[in-house]
Design a binder for this molecule. Structure first.
Ligand SMILES: C[S@@+](CC[C@H](N)C(=O)[O-])C[C@H]1O[C@@H](n2cnc3c(N)ncnc32)[C@H](O)[C@@H]1O
Length: 298
């Protein structure tokens, strides 16, 4: 029977040959997951031998990674803001930038009496669950068009023992009733062209409908901005994660619906988050001066 160190070395070579940059780290993380060790325990057991049935399970995991499946789908979970979030191919893997959005919201609004929060396009439930944890008195509603994503999100609520969140199928706000102090969304915002250039891990394995939007990546953002007004409390805030080249177009579009627009960068210095406040009355498309609509909007 081979030792763990021998298996790790072989797996590292295999993953490198498949173009995986962090080959050693990925092999160690997969082995730690399989053996239920943390990485320190793994290092302490490197000379142990591996039993045959575990070896074949590990080879299967490494071959999945070799085909560029994201590590997080193979391991089946990610840490998001201190929560263990199960992920599968029905949901986008929550990103670090999205944790930054949650951090900003907590630092800005953490002391306010927030009673209701709406997470639009919840996917794995990451944003809604992190906010449900940090605003335990708030009622959180999390929606998505994908029934399968909502099943995963629901499991994540149970997994993290979160009772102040509920889930619903909705095409953005279509089935949503009620007024919310805060509406948050990380909607699809990539252009088709950007999607063509993403790494295989994303292109082949993550749900395209969670990533790409029409109208140069802006269609879903515009839909949300133009329809959230009627569901937002006076002084409520709409917070969005966006693409890094979209803020000018968003600012121009949003002035039809909100009095205050704020663009914020992520930690890498890219325009990434938009905060909208002071919603004017909910406007029908006929109220809007056509000249303010972007030409390509449909
Ligand atoms: C970028 S992912 C964000 C997932 C999760 N909120 C996160 O930040 O990790 C966008 C999510 O929006 C959902 N979505 C796409 N179109 C939608 C629509 N018309 N109405 C509601 N949700 C939608 C997708 O299914 C996906 O879960």
């Amino acid at each position: 029977m081979p030792s763990l160190i021998e298996i790790l070395t072989q797996s590292e070579h295999f993953l490198k040959s498949k173009g995986i940059l962090a080959a050693r780290l990925d092999a160690e993380l997969l082995l730690s997951q399989l053996l239920r060790y943390n990485r320190l325990s793994l290092y302490l057991h490197l000379n142990d031998n591996m039993e045959g049935h575990l070896l074949s399970q590990f080879q299967h995991m490494v071959s999945r990674r070799g085909s560029r499946e994201p590590l997080q789908y193979i391991v089946g979970e990610v840490d998001f803001h201190g929560l263990s979030i199960a992920v599968d191919r029905n949901v986008l893997i929550p990103r670090h930038e999205t944790e930054e959005l949650v951090d900003i919201i907590i630092s800005r609004f953490g002391n306010r009496p927030i009673g209701s929060i709406l997470d639009l396009g919840t996917g794995s439930g990451a944003i809604g669950l992190a906010l449900a944890k940090h605003f335990p008195k708030a009622n959180v509603l999390a929606v998505d068009t994908s029934q399968n994503a909502l099943l995963t999100a629901q499991k994540n609520a149970i997994r993290n023992r979160m009772a102040n969140i509920r889930f619903m199928v909705s095409d953005w706000l279509e089935n949503v009733d009620g007024i919310f102090d805060m509406i948050i969304s990380n909607p699809p915002y990539l252009t088709d062209k950007e999607f063509e250039n993403v790494q295989d891990e994303i292109k082949k394995f993550e749900p395209k409908c969670a990533l790409v939007a029409k109208n140069n990546g802006l269609a879903d953002i515009f839909k949300i901005i133009s329809t959230t007004g009627r569901s937002l409390a006076k002084d409520g805030v709409l917070a969005l994660e966006t693409g890094s080249f979209q803020h000018e177009s968003i600012a121009s579009f949003a002035k039809n619906y909100f009095g205050k627009f704020e663009s914020m960068d992520d930690l890498s210095g890219k325009n990434r988050f938009v905060f909208l406040q002071n919603n004017t009355k909910f406007r029908l498309p006929s109220d809007i001066n056509d000249s303010t609509l972007p030409l390509s909007f449909n």
